[in-house]
Write a protein that binds this ligand. Structure first.
Ligand SMILES: [Zn+2]
Ligand SMILES: [Zn+2]
Length: 230
């Protein structure tokens, strides 16, 4: 069993423990693989809720050490969860070139209106958030640089009810994911939050989609709870 989508203390909203505590618990839970996908920084640290840019090399080297230390016992994989913002196109290239980063996952929590201007500054756009988020998700997947899309249905968290329009956009996301070999993540944490998980979206997927279950743990307890529930 693989434990997919684990955060670390670096993001500032997760348990303050060493990365190794997750690895040890994963072994206890009989996982044969654990995938860390902490919130990626951006150069200059323009956004909160994520590691600082200068911490990135240490995040990678710490996890590399754990990978070696636990080799043969559990496979420790190194990844990042990151928004796709068109103004940072070159930065994703840079990340992609880093051979130690095994997984780049889109996790869209806001969108770019124009470089330097983001949706979180405009609460009046909240009802339309899904459009902006999904458009940039689609653009990001089409670059071919991302292997996984985290919680695609969370983009609909502000809508009142599911409609034809949401279905159309959902179908587009699903098709672009297939075309670019992007795995869609069903997110355990979303399932615990009202309106973050949309079965209507998942009903649109087909046998050509690759789907993975992610736990989105921000603490060892959350990780354990999710593994036992899944
Ligand atoms: Zn988080
Ligand atoms: Zn996450």
């Amino acid at each position: 069993m693989e434990i997919f989508h684990v955060h670390t203390y670096r993001c500032g909203h997760a348990e303050m423990i060493e990365d190794e505590a997750y690895v040890r618990k994963a072994i206890d839970l009989r996982a044969n693989s654990i995938v860390f996908t902490d919130h990626a920084p951006f150069p200059g640290n323009p956004f909160g809720n994520r590691m600082e840019y200068l911490e990135l090399p240490k995040y990678i080297s710490k996890l590399k050490n754990l990978k070696e230390k636990y080799s043969g016992i559990i496979d420790v994989k190194i990844g990042l969860e990151i928004e796709y913002l068109p103004g940072y196109a070159d930065y994703y290239q840079e990340l992609k070139q880093c051979k130690d980063l095994e997984i780049l996952m889109i996790g869209q929590h806001f969108y770019e209106i124009k470089p330097g201007t983001y949706s979180f500054s405009y609460p009046e756009l909240y009802l339309q958030e899904y459009k902006g988020c999904l458009e940039q998700i689609i653009e990001g997947m089409a670059t071919g640089m991302f292997q996984v899309l985290a919680h695609p249905d969370r983009a609909f968290r502000k809508i009142k009810q599911w409609s034809q329009e949401h279905e159309e956009l959902g179908k587009k996301v699903i098709t672009v994911a297939v075309d670019n070999n992007v795995v869609l993540e069903q997110n355990f944490s979303s399932m615990q939050t009202k309106k973050y998980y949309w079965p209507e979206f998942w009903d649109l997927t087909n046998e050509r989609n690759r789907i993975i279950r992610g736990i989105d743990a921000h603490s060892v307890k959350e990780m354990e709870k999710a593994v036992l529930a899944f």
